[in-house]
Design a binder for this molecule. Sequence first.
Ligand code: GUN
Length: 295
Amino acid sequence: MATILDGKKLAAELAEELKSKIARTGSRPKLAIVMAGNDGASEIYVRNKLIYAKQVDVSAELIRLGRSASQNEIFDAVAALNADDTVHGIIVQSPLPPLPDRSYQDHVFDMINADKDVDGFSAINIGKLCNGQRDCFLSCTPYGILTLLTRNNITLTGQHVVIIGRSRIVGRPLSILLSQKFENCNATVTLCHSESKNLADITKTADALIVAIGKPKFVGKEMVKDGAVVVDVGMNSVRDSTRASGSKLCGDVDFDNVHHRCSAITPVPGGVGPMTVAMLMQNTFQASTKLTVDK
Ligand code: GUN
């Protein structure tokens, strides 16, 4: 029977720990969330961030810009938050509305002051991670996955970790993190993507398989080695006529068919998602105390 890696439960435990730490400092960290447009998934992610912030006593401010917000409006919002000494952490929720200059999202992430970049997406924080420097903010989903596995006593050191998906938010920073000489990292990492040939041949060699491509039930049992650890980052909304809402959340892994094969697996929902939020608040606390991550 596979161990279910319960991210919801761990995130709740971490909330208690963080709340106590914040209480001991006597000052409240402040997080600013910039959101432009009305992406459905982002609405849910941001709502969960605001709820968790309240639980741990982080003050969170949501700055909503309209669907038609211009590049300059978004830049101005970030510039104002950079200059505001009461704000410790800043995130710009992705995706931003599409604009003709598709690289503007990169510029927005890079504009965030590195000491306030609690998503760890800026070139400075990613560059430090690439160089193996520990004084950087780790991107929240990779950090959450590492924490979830470590807290469940799953060793990654020396293991073959296969990641499917090379996104800027998950796959790429995760591949860099897990290959570093950090605690419970030091893995042999293979980063697969849309052009990878013979994908199943690769994934079947994985001791740990991490899937972040946004395709419902993409990974079936024929892609998984017996005894592997499987981490599902997918959050896909699929039709379900038996529910009043008409839809349900579904991961990138076909859980029902795969879990028999695994030694451990994350559920969707309740696996990686809550851990991402927990790490965001962890990073915001670090930013408020001017410490950075020491893995
Ligand atoms: N969109 C999906 N996940 C994330 C995240 O972790 N941070 C931001 N800023 N946007 C996201």
